[in-house]
Design a protein. Structure first.
Length: 318
């Protein structure tokens, strides 16, 4: 690895160490004024999609004037648009969830970021975040079927906290990093292990088509259920809990990850950062265990809802 900046992730002096001014460090969140606690989703409605505000207590979703959550976040005053929306209402019992942000500009993933996951592999914590990418074609809705591809016999689960960016972030310090965050969602980094470990590069096993459940809601940081340092994550297969972790086990917390990524690339509204998975994946069990046709995969984070996806094996074309 080439020599990097002198600061390490976790240092609140990250931006200052690289000589950045306060203007460079500060995202545009302040321009939006106060941000209300709100839950957002992207719904499929026949041939179209729409962003929607989730009113969980009322059991309804209210249409917002944007085609999806990504398009909503692209508007500078999106918090006010979302909070004030008074569109058509839909019963939550009947809605069809599209991927939360269907076409993010970037999906950046962090590997080897929970101590328990490192321990199950016999690994030490890394000095720097391990980054890889997904493409938007990998994303699928919170209730969609997951296609187990015929070319893989090692499809594994990985519950992850997803960060959705709400304001541009370019070389932000850790102290300022959370100001770029719109909110959080549930993601399962479903991984084709036999493809992942063919080379030292993860991407080929991480971005199979429509294999990454993402949703159901974006929950803004202002929601009282949000505590980036103490969020419970669960993954179930057919009702059995196979993963249970907490973000207090992260090697690099949300602030450190956002700051680190932003040193290399500008994070923009609608970009997604998957922060890693806790221990309990199928690959490192003895013997290894993988998803099978008919399994129901449930991915849940306290306060953020759940994805519930039926797994179906891809069939040979007739």
């Amino acid at each position: 690895m080439a020599a990097g900046p002198r600061h390490r992730p976790g240092s609140h002096r990250a931006g200052r160490a690289m000589g950045l001014s306060r203007r460079q460090l500060s995202p545009c969140r302040a321009q939006a004024g106060s941000v209300s606690a709100v839950k957002l989703a992207t719904l499929r409605l026949g041939t179209r999609t729409t962003a929607a505000r989730i009113e969980e207590d009322a059991g309804e979703a209210v249409e917002v004037s944007a085609a999806d959550v990504g398009a909503l976040l692209a508007q500078a005053d999106w918090p006010h648009i979302a909070a004030g929306a008074a569109g058509t209402r839909h019963s939550l019992a009947e809605v069809d969830y599209a991927p939360l942000v269907p076409k993010p500009g970037k999906v950046i993933c962090v590997g080897q970021n929970y101590r328990a996951h490192l321990a199950e592999q016999g690994l030490e914590p890394p000095s720097w975040p391990t980054l890889f990418a997904k493409f938007s074609s990998a994303l699928t809705g919170a209730r969609d079927e997951i296609l187990l591809p015929m070319v893989s016999d090692a499809v594994d689960w990985e519950v992850e906290l997803a960060v959705v960016i709400g304001w541009p972030a370019h070389r932000v310090s850790e102290r300022d990093a959370l100001a770029a965050v719109a909110g959080y969602a549930v993601l399962n980094d479903v991984s084709m292990r036999d493809w992942q470990y063919r080379t030292t590069q993860y991407l080929q096993g991480k971005t199979f088509d429509r294999a990454t459940p993402f949703g159901p809601w974006l929950v803004t940081r202002e929601d009282p259920s949000i505590n980036e340092k103490a969020m419970e994550l669960y993954c179930e297969v057919d009702g059995e809990i196979v993963q249970q972790g907490n973000t207090d086990d992260l090697v690099f917390g949300v602030e450190a990850v956002i700051s680190y990524i932003s040193q290399a690339m500008t994070l923009r509204p609608g970009d997604v950062v998957a922060t890693g998975t806790p221990g309990g994946v199928g690959q490192w069990r003895k013997p290894p265990r993988y998803l099978q046709d008919g399994n129901v995969l449930v991915t849940r984070i306290a306060g953020l809802g759940e994805c519930r996806n039926l797994c179906r094996r891809e069939r040979e074309p007739v």
